[in-house]
Structure formats: structure tokens, C-alpha cells
Design a protein around this ligand. Structure first.
Ligand code: GLC
Ligand code: CA
Length: 533
């Protein structure tokens, strides 16, 4: 790896969902000044970069992923001056800011679309996909046809997401130029990178009936990030590539495309045919997926992204582990499983104190368009209200979007006003204050884990070697750099006896207070990290 990519390995990225992070003016909505107030907290945790979910002007049909102005901030979140302050305050703390770039679609209230829909013949008419008839039977990701008839223009346009999110036509060179300008605008303001929303969809494969991975995808990504002005950026693609060769073409260092991408295979463990249905899943399955991608990305010298949670998924712990009696043990076990591997760690807000899914008795407690549409569809299919709600409670995106429960004051310390969406139903049990007061603090474990990673180059650049078999009920792996070597053991079930070479050495991290060195029986979710002497 060259020096630029090696530097990226030092990043520890914390994802902020600004609407739910910290409200500073008691209107019930999180905002940029609120985030600034919490920067010292984030430093204390040990992260050094933020991925900020969209905070641009938006009518919020999809919570900011429907952008009506890429060069301004949503009024509820603050002003451009607040953003400048945020960048300044972050850089003063040696933190990097990674903005969310949404290049596949705009809001229908964006000026480009307002113009485009007026007639077939105007400067913006080809900024979107317009046809006299629906071109195919593509479905919107949130349900229903992906084609919508527009009366004014007398044609159909494509929207892969909500009706209010028309897809941009990247085959029009003017669109490529516009998006380059948007990127440059933020680079000039000082941002350090971008998380690129559904970037695989900016080139459509009409021929093979796929709204992604079209023939010009590499060219368009290169046009954004392969330029002198943008080459230094850290970029991570929400890119659903599943094949290592395809992934390599997107993120190999010499490609001038992305630094890394999210590989989502492990998120499917524990769920059925869609994200709302449960299917038994085990940590052993998660381990096998991790081993596969660690091996492939290591062989190909690629940067892998390490994550369990984000704003589109209910907390991972609630799907694959114990989020009740052994919540501390399970949360810390997941942390050790993932964040000592080879790659760039991403944490999602609340994960650092073991936040879980929560549960509501009425659909009025939900906001997310995906969940609400799915709920209606389940009722239409004949499910009872209770059955439909159980699915939304299990898999809905709002699980990850509830306001941050900071403490035991009103509204969890998130806001002095009525929050835009109810807090977690477990707020009085699970909040940062309770966690930090507890002897078993997930937060303190994260601090120790991130410090261990930061202080030992073996966790950054060291070789990954898997030491566990598919039949084992634990994950054991080694990270080695020169004469420096660490063994990480994550046990899944009660009383797995673990012995052998791996367990010798000095114990440098564990999640059971009475852990001892040497071959022994590991308890549920017990983890241990040994430094080889
Ligand atoms: C991505 C985002 C998701 C959003 C969608 C449309 O999947 O992560 O939140 O709804 O794209 O922009
Ligand atoms: Ca506010």
C-alpha cells in the first residue's frame, strides 16, 4: 500500500445522524451546533473522523437523502457558518470530516428538476431520465413502480427511491460537470472526504435490466475522484459490488476511484428474504463472512471497511447476539471481532454504549418512509397489525434513528423540546450516563480497544491470519507485523474450551474482569487479546 492508503488505516470513523445526535435549540431536531458541543466527547472515545449523514437543504421525504440544494444546509440543522465552524473545530482537534454525497438522485424540489419537468426542450431537460412510457418494470426501493408520470411534461421519469427522488441522468455530460462542481465546492470548504450514497447506481445497465453497474460506472466515479483536486480525499462507496474483481476495479489504489467501499454480506446474517424478517443467524456465520473478505482484500492489497451498524439497519447486536442479559458482553465481543481486523473502522452513534433495537405498539411512533410503506404492504398482504409491527420493530431503519440517549434527564438529554421521533423504548436502561457509571461499561471498553489499535501498528498494517475453523464456536485470529504479534479470541457460546498457542502471551484486553492467562474455558461472548512474548 502506498503512503496515502496507509494513512487511511489510521482513521477511526464515527457516523453521525445529525437529526438525532444533539439538539442545541430545543426544537426537537438535532443540529450542527449540537454536534459541535459533542466533539470533545468524540475525541475522548478515540475516534478521529466523522461521517456526517446528509445535512443539505431538503424537504426530508427521505431524511436528507432528497437534496434540493447541494451547496446549502438544511435550516433546521443550522447555517453554512455553522458548517465552517464545525470544520474549523474538527481540524483543531485533528479530526477529519467526511460528508455524505448523494449523486444518484436529487429532490424533486431541486432547481434542476423544477426546470427539467417544465418541457422537453429546456437546458435541464436531459438532467433526468424521461420517457413517453415506462422503459421497464423496475421497482422503487421503497415499493411501487420506479416510473412516475409527470403531467406538465407529459412523460415518465425514473425514481429508484421515493417519487420525490428523481434519478439523475449521468449520461448527460452536464450532470457529471455539475456533480464535480458540488464536490469541489465542499473540498474548497475543507472537507476531507465523502461517503458516496448508492454510487453503483449512477450508471444504469438498461441493457441487462439493472439500475446499477452500468457500462460507464468506472468512468463517472473517476470523473469525481480521479482528479488532481480530489485525489487526496478519503472516499467510501455505498457500492453493492459482490465480486472481488469488480471491487478491485473500484478501490485499487491505482484506479483513481474510491478508497474503499462497504461490503454488506455480514449484515444479512440473522435476517430472511428482506430486512424485516427474522431468520436464525449465528456469530459463526458472521465470522465466516469476515474471514472471507479479510482474506480477499488482503490478497488484493485493498482497504476494507469494518462496520456492524449504520442508519439503514437495526442494531446488529439485536439481530445476531444477546441484547438483554449479556448485552455488555455481546456488544464488546462484536467490537473486538470487527475492529481489530484489517481495515478502516466505522462506528455508528450509540454503538459505543451498546444501544439496541427498541419496540413500539403503534405505527405512529415511526417516521421512516421505508418502514411505513413496508407496514402498509404487510397489512395489504393480510398480516395483522401486530404481525406487521413486529417486523418493523425488528428491522426498521428508525431503530437506528432514535435520538441519542445521553443521560437520564428529560428526552435523554437530547433535547429540551419534543423530539422529532420518540426515543428508544429502553432509554431509561440504556443511555451513555448509565453505561459510564456501570462497572461494565461498553464505552470504556471501546476506549481501551481503540487505544490498543492506535498504539500498535500490527493492528493497522499487520497481516491477518485466521486461526479458527468453520466448526469452531469462536473466532480466533492473529495480527502480525514483524516481530509484533497479537492473538484475538472472541468466544460465542458458553464454555468453549480454548487452548493452544493462541492463548499464550500477555493478556492486553478482555471483557471479563476476572480473566486470566492461559488455556481455559471461555464464557459467553468472552473476548481476550494476547500479545505474543
Ligand atoms: C442509501 C442511504 C439511504 C437512502 C438511500 C437513498 O441507501 O443510505 O438512507 O434512503 O440511499 O438515498
Ligand atoms: Ca435543533
Amino acid at each position: 500500500m502506498n503512503a496515502k492508503y496507509e494513512k487511511f488505516l489510521e482513521l477511526v470513523i464515527y457516523q453521525v445522524y445529525p437529526r438525532s445526535f444533539q439538539d442545541s435549540n430545543n426544537d426537537g431536531i438535532g443540529d450542527i451546533p449540537g454536534l459541535i458541543q459533542r466533539l470533545d466527547y468524540l475525541c475522548e472515545l478515540g475516534v478521529n473522523a466523522l461521517w456526517l449523514c446528509p445535512c443539505y437543504k431538503s424537504p426530508n421525504h427521505d431524511n436528507g437523502y432528497d437534496i434540493s440544494d447541494y451547496r446549502d444546509i438544511m435550516d433546521e440543522f443550522g447555517t453554512m457558518d455553522d458548517i465552517r465552524t464545525l470544520i474549523r473545530e474538527m481540524h483543531a482537534r485533528d479530526m477529519k470530516l467526511i460528508m455524505d454525497l448523494v449523486p444518484n438522485h436529487t429532490s424533486d424540489e431541486h432547481r434542476w428538476f423544477i426546470e427539467s419537468r417544465k418541457s422537453k426542450d429546456n437546458p435541464y431537460s436531459d438532467y433526468y431520465y424521461w420517457f413517453d412510457e415506462p422503459l421497464n418494470d423496475w421497482q422503487s426501493m421503497f415499493g411501487g413502480s420506479a416510473w412516475e408520470y409527470d403531467k406538465t411534461r407529459g412523460q415518465y421519469y425514473l425514481h429508484s427511491y421515493t417519487v420525490q427522488q428523481p434519478d439523475l441522468n449521468w449520461d448527460n455530460p452536464a450532470v457529471v460537470k455539475e456533480m464535480q462542481d458540488v464536490v469541489d465546492f465542499w473540498v474548497d470548504l475543507g472537507v476531507d472526504g465523502f461517503r458516496c450514497d448508492v454510487i453503483d447506481q449512477i450508471s444504469k445497465d438498461f441493457e441487462n435490466g439493472r439500475n446499477c453497474f452500468g457500462p460507464n460506472l468506472h468512468k463517472y466515479i473517476h470523473a469525481l475522484f480521479g482528479r488532481e483536486k480530489t485525489e487526496h480525499l478519503f472516499t467510501v462507496g455505498e457500492c453493492w459490488a459482490e465480486d472481488i474483481e469488480e471491487i478491485r476495479l473500484h478501490i485499487a489504489e491505482d484506479r483513481g476511484e474510491l478508497s474503499t467501499l462497504f461490503q454488506f454480506e455480514h449484515l444479512d446474517v440473522g435476517r430472511g428474504k428482506d430486512k424485516f424478517t427474522r431468520m436464525p443467524g449465528s456469530l459463526a456465520e458472521v465470522r465466516d463472512v469476515l474471514v472471507k473478505w479479510q482474506t480477499l482484500t488482503q490478497e488484493n492489497d485493498l482497504l476494507y471497511s469494518l462496520f456492524t451498524d449504520n442508519h439503514d439497519n437495526s442494531p446488529f447486536i439485536s439481530r445476531v447476539a444477546d441484547d438483554r442479559g449479556l448485552r455488555y458482553e455481546a456488544a464488546t465481543c462484536l467490537a473486538a471481532m470487527f475492529y481489530l481486523l484489517r481495515g478502516v473502522p466505522f462506528l455508528y452513534q450509540g454503538q459505543e454504549f451498546g444501544i439496541t433495537a427498541s419496540s413500539y405498539e403503534d405505527i405512529s411512533s415511526f417516521d421512516d418512509i421505508e418502514s411505513i410503506n413496508a407496514y402498509r404492504a404487510y397489512l395489504d398482504e393480510g398480516l395483522t397489525k401486530e404481525e406487521a409491527l413486529a417486523r418493523i420493530n425488528f428491522g426498521g431503519r428508525d431503530n437506528a434513528r432514535r435520538p441519542m440517549p445521553w443521560d437520564n434527564t428529560e428526552n435523554g438529554g437530547f433535547s429540551g423540546g419534543k423530539p422529532w421521533i420518540p426515543l428508544s423504548s429502553r432509554v431509561h436502561e440504556i443511555n451513555l450516563e448509565n453505561d459510564r457509571k456501570s462497572e461494565k461499561s461498553v464505552f470504556r471498553f471501546y476506549q481501551a480497544l481503540l487505544a490498543l489499535r492506535r498504539e500498535n501498528p500490527a493492528f493497522l498494517r499487520g497481516k491477518f491470519t485466521n486461526l479458527s475453523k468453520e466448526t469452531d464456536t469462536y473466532f480466533m485470529y492473529e495480527r502480525t507485523l514483524g516481530s509484533d504479534s497479537f492473538t484475538v479470541i472472541c468466544n460465542f457460546e458458553n464454555d468453549s474450551v480454548i487452548s493452544g498457542d493462541g492463548v499464550s502471551g500477555t493478556l492486553v484486553l478482555s471483557n471479563y474482569a476476572d480473566a486470566v492467562e492461559g488455556s481455559r474455558a471461555f464464557r459467553p461472548y468472552e473476548i481476550a487479546v494476547y500479545r505474543k512474548n
